[in-house]
Design a protein around this ligand. Structure first.
Ligand code: MG
Length: 313
């Protein structure tokens, strides 16, 4: 706490003070006009920001306040993972309507838990009121050689972490007004940012990465375009969550698993380290004509039209 500047009087400052007190050692250096962050020598600063808005990204009846905080923070941290960056600091700008005021502590708990899971700290933010709950999370990280979407080269393999389809399965139940299975709900409400996994893969020669937020095939298309290559993905090899069908697994969004291009990887060693699957789902080839994704099933090319959009409220 001694690392914080004292705050003056006022309702917003009282709320900020309460959050900072609650965050304890998870928050550092709060209270000046801006945060000071050291970047390790020889590394580049990697920065991303991500906003979660009620009625656009979630509904109150679907998630606890702590889950809303966790999920928003994890989504932002996942972008650092996708860059192969080590987190340095997190800033949170919250818009909290009066009807949510009583939940601010629980939202703060979820934010702090996600920050702790990524072994980083909250160094600043902003608290405001408004008509909808909104969490804007800015993440700072660093890397000597960040992974981008543009590094995939012909001859490499495509890898995906974890199993896909849990969030889509849960979201379908929620939109149908039924109760999702606990495991699928967990993948929706409490995803993981694969920060350590990404560092492991980067250290073993990964050349490109993207986190799966729009759906595997949709995100693979981003990587193909950025890298100027053709990515061949076998639907049969896509690791599926539970009973999820291959098309749903390949279009399920907000997974926050990683799609990686790179050389051969030791999947057994990866699973031993992280308790998580690493699966080869395809390969990188030259773009014959336009870059893109070739989806196959049973050895035959299939037209893949599935995609993921944030549900429209
Ligand atoms: Mg991303």
């Amino acid at each position: 706490v001694s690392s914080h500047q004292p705050l003056g009087p006022g309702r917003e400052f009282d709320a900020v003070r309460a959050l900072v007190l609650q965050w304890g050692s998870r928050a550092t250096g709060i209270g000046d006009d801006a945060a000071l962050v050291d970047v390790p020598d020889g590394e580049r600063l990697v920065v991303s920001t991500d906003t979660s808005v009620e009625f656009v990204h979630f509904r109150r009846e679907w998630l606890s306040a702590a889950e809303i905080g966790w999920r928003a923070t994890t989504a932002a941290l996942s972008d650092l993972a996708a860059m192969g960056a080590r987190p340095l600091a997190v800033l949170t700008a919250l818009v909290v309507p009066d009807g949510w005021r009583g939940e601010l502590g629980a939202i703060g708990d979820g934010i702090a838990a996600a920050v702790e899971a990524a072994s980083t700290h909250i160094v600043g933010g902003d608290l405001s009121t408004g008509s909808e709950l909104s969490l804007c999370v800015t993440v700072l990280g660093s890397s000597k050689s960040p992974l981008t979407r543009g590094g995939a080269r012909p001859g490499e393999s495509l890898w995906v972490t974890g199993a896909l389809g849990g969030p889509a399965t849960a979201l379908r139940s929620l939109l149908d007004g039924t109760t999702p299975a606990a495991a699928a709900r967990g993948r929706f409400a409490h995803p993981s940012a694969r920060v350590r996994e990404a560092l492991w893969l980067a250290a073993r020669g990964a050349t490109a990465a993207i986190d799966i937020s729009d759906g595997l095939i949709a995100d693979a298309r981003h990587m193909a375009a950025a890298s100027g290559v053709a990515l061949a993905v076998s639907l049969d090899n896509v690791p599926r969550f539970g009973e999820c069908n291959p098309a749903d697994a390949a279009s399920s969004g907000e997974e926050y698993e990683l799609l990686i291009a790179g050389p051969g990887m030791d999947c057994v060693a990866f699973t031993r380290e992280f308790g998580l699957a690493l699966t080869r789902i395809g390969e990188v080839g030259p773009a014959e004509g336009a870059p893109g994704v070739i989806v196959t099933s049973g050895g035959a090319r299939v037209e893949f039209t599935g995609g993921y959009d944030h549900f429209s409220a």
